[in-house]
Design a protein around this ligand. Structure first.
Ligand code: B12
Ligand code: SF4
Length: 544
């Protein structure tokens, strides 16, 4: 390379620049810690070890990718110019070179075992076809940039090996209903001297408890703490908790690598719907929900282009246009502007989709029309209750009783089926609430009603409020199908009796016909027939 004071003129958007600045200290400390091998004078390249290269690619790939693929001019932000002195880079490389040879100091490559535990609840939450665990696929995709990753999903019938000698790190995801299983796997791994990382909703909400079983607990999403966690793993200086002050923008999340889900020979048991994420968070703020507790009032989204790119990738991978996507978003419609843009653009791709949605603007007929045109065949809506006092007490501001019927009508007129969630056991309710709910479901012909018992999940404001009245803290029973506390309006016996009766009534043959007559013969019919069989077996005592 010629001697060089030469300046390279760069243009970059402020978003990318701040990202580079954010990464730089991590990168430098990585280099210092590992004594990476750099080239000698004059070659013009920096020679680096494979570990560092993977690290570098993982961190900077998307950064440069962003520049290459979109170019600053395509960016919504004004580009800023900056200049790099070429020879500063060379000096940096030489300093690293002199500091030692990586081959002698290279840390051993760590092998990860990533686990999706099966719940030991007595209810059928993990049976039949299960959705691909997008959360773990995202963890695997990030970890896989630096480490060898094996994914075990116990819900498929795969088991975590007793002998973990082939692995260095055992990382487990957990919700409350499978926390005890997650902890027993963690304990076994710790006894075998492994680094144990616990993540997911439950360890996030109960970090102190989770820390008793793990080397480290990750609070919230892995993307926001990944660099720090990965560096600490390399250095062997793990912290008890990884929690980021700032949430990373979703545009930088790597598209999940689905090959991890295909590692199992039982992967055929996965639902054919492809999980995908467009937004995160939900500022509605229901007091029983973990999302506002973890992510606050924050609502983030990926640029529509990026979501569509991911969809196209799956269409190519599966060799068909008509791919069915299942959005894992907390509330995909919270920002009407973003949601409508997504639908308008999705409509031209030929995909089908379903999602969780709040009814904040579903009462507008044009929204349902657009959703149907864009390929939506099912929306999951938390109606929760027909009692205005209850809705108020749980802070479910997005639900307006006066809109319930128009929301349902608009969707149905456009051929979109409704998976309607209803909760029972709130203090304001009486036996009458069951009749009210029954009438609403039958009159509005909701296709797929789902009933659950109110469950104050640990870490939520509702949990704190109800703690003194909770019957137990057996996490296996925090599956929304167990009796948690005696509501003020009726005793537990009456609650469960009515809960069972309602389900049997709604799913008896005649009711199914009344709700489903004239609707397309598809999987929703099948789900109803399965529920018909299942509800016949229900007895109040199974909910205890
Ligand atoms: C989509 C969804 C579903 C879907 C799909 C579930 C699935 N297979 O993943 C369906 C409809 C099937 C479903 C079912 C249920 N769900 Co649900 N669901 C969600 C929702 C809205 C999004 C989950 C998701 O995939 N998000 C996208 C992924 C990418 O984000 P993530 O899960 O947060 O993962 C990130 C981090 O947590 C972290 N992370 C996660 N795991 C790990 C592991 C490690 C090692 C590390 C380092 C990091 C890490 O990094 C990940 C990537 O960023 C959440 C709300 C939420 N935000 O969590 C509720 C939620 C998880 N569901 C909940 C409940 C109660 C249920 C049901 C019991 C409901 C019911 N009665 O049927 C069942 C249980 C199913 C089961 N067996 O787990 C509760 C769980 C509460 C709790 N404390 O456990 C939640 C939190 C909603 C709430 N009420 O607060 N659910
Ligand atoms: S609307 Fe749904 S996702 Fe949003 S806070 Fe309420 S329960 Fe949670």
């Amino acid at each position: 390379m010629t001697a060089s004071g030469a300046m390279i003129e760069c243009e970059i958007c402020p978003e990318c620049l701040s990202r580079a600045e954010e990464y730089m200290p991590a990168l430098i400390s990585m280099l210092q810690g590992l004594h990476c091998l750099a080239c000698g004078e004059g070659s013009g390249t920096i020679g680096i070890c494979a570990t560092f290269k993977r690290f570098f690619q993982a961190f900077f790939g998307e950064f440069f990718g962003h520049l290459r693929a979109r170019g600053p001019s395509a960016c919504s932000q004004q580009p800023v110019s900056f200049r790099i002195r070429q020879y500063a880079l060379q000096r940096w490389a030489r300093r690293i070179y002199r500091s030692g040879n990586l081959q002698q100091n290279r840390p051993p490559g760590k092998k990860w075992l990533l686990v999706q535990p099966v719940s030991t609840t007595s209810m059928m939450v993990d049976s039949g076809s299960v959705s691909m665990p997008l959360n773990l696929l995202m963890v695997a995709t990030l970890a896989g940039t630096l480490f060898d990753v094996t994914l075990v999903d116990e819900r498929l019938g795969d088991r975590v090996p007793e002998d973990l000698s082939s692995y260095d790190v055992v990382a487990i995801t957990s919700r409350t209903l499978n926390a005890s299983k997650a902890y027993s796997i963690a304990e076994n791994a710790r006894l075998q001297g492994k680094i144990v990382i616990l993540g997911g909703v439950h360890p996030t909400m109960q970090a102190e408890e989770a820390m008793m079983f793990a080397t480290s607990v990750v609070y919230g999403e892995i993307e926001s703490v990944w660099e720090e966690l990965a560096l600490d793993l390399f250095r062997g200086t793990m912290k008890p908790v990884y929690r980021s002050e700032q949430l990373r923008q979703m545009n930088y999340m790597q598209p999940p690598d689905f090959s991890y889900a295909m590692q199992s020979r039982h992967s055929g048991k996965y639902s054919s719907r492809i999980p995908i994420l467009a937004t995160k968070g939900c500022p509605v703020g229901c007091n029983f929900c973990t999302t506002p507790t973890i992510y606050g009032k924050n609502y983030r989204y990926r640029e529509v282009d990026i979501v569509l790119d991911e969809m196209r990738h799956h269409q190519q991978r599966l060799g068909k246009e008509n791919v069915h996507f299942s959005f894992m978003d907390d509330n995909i419609s919270f920002r009407p502007g973003y949601f409508t843009e997504l639908l308008e653009r999705m409509g031209r791709t030929g995909v089908r989709w379903n999602a969780n949605i709040s009814m904040n603007f579903l009462h507008k007929p044009e929204v349902a029309e657009l959703a149907a045109w864009s390929g939506c065949d099912l929306m999951s809506i938390g109606f929760e209750s027909l009692n205005p006092e209850t809705l108020k007490s749980v802070h479910k501001g997005s639900n307006r009783l006066e809109n319930y019927e128009s929301v349902v009508r608009n969707l149905q007129l456009n051929g979109i089926a409704i998976q309607g969630y209803f909760m029972f056991g709130f203090d304001n309710e009486s036996e009458e609430s069951f009749q009210l709910t029954y009438d609403f479901i039958m009159n509005s012909r909701i296709e797929f009603p789902v009933f659950s018992l109110v469950t104050p999940f640990p870490g939520t404001p509702y949990f704190e409020e109800m703690k003194p009245r909770l019957r137990h803290f057996e996490w296996d029973k925090y599956d929304t199908y167990h009796y948690m506390f005696e509501p003020r309006g009726m005793n537990g016996e009456k609650l469960l009796e009515n809960f069972v009766k309602l389900q049997k009534e709604v799913y008896k043959g005649r009711s199914i016909l009344r709700r489903m007559k004239g609707k397309p013969l598809n999987w929703v019919w099948l789900a109803n027939l399965q529920m018909n069989r299942f509800t016949k077996t229900l007895k109040p005592e199974i909910y205890l």
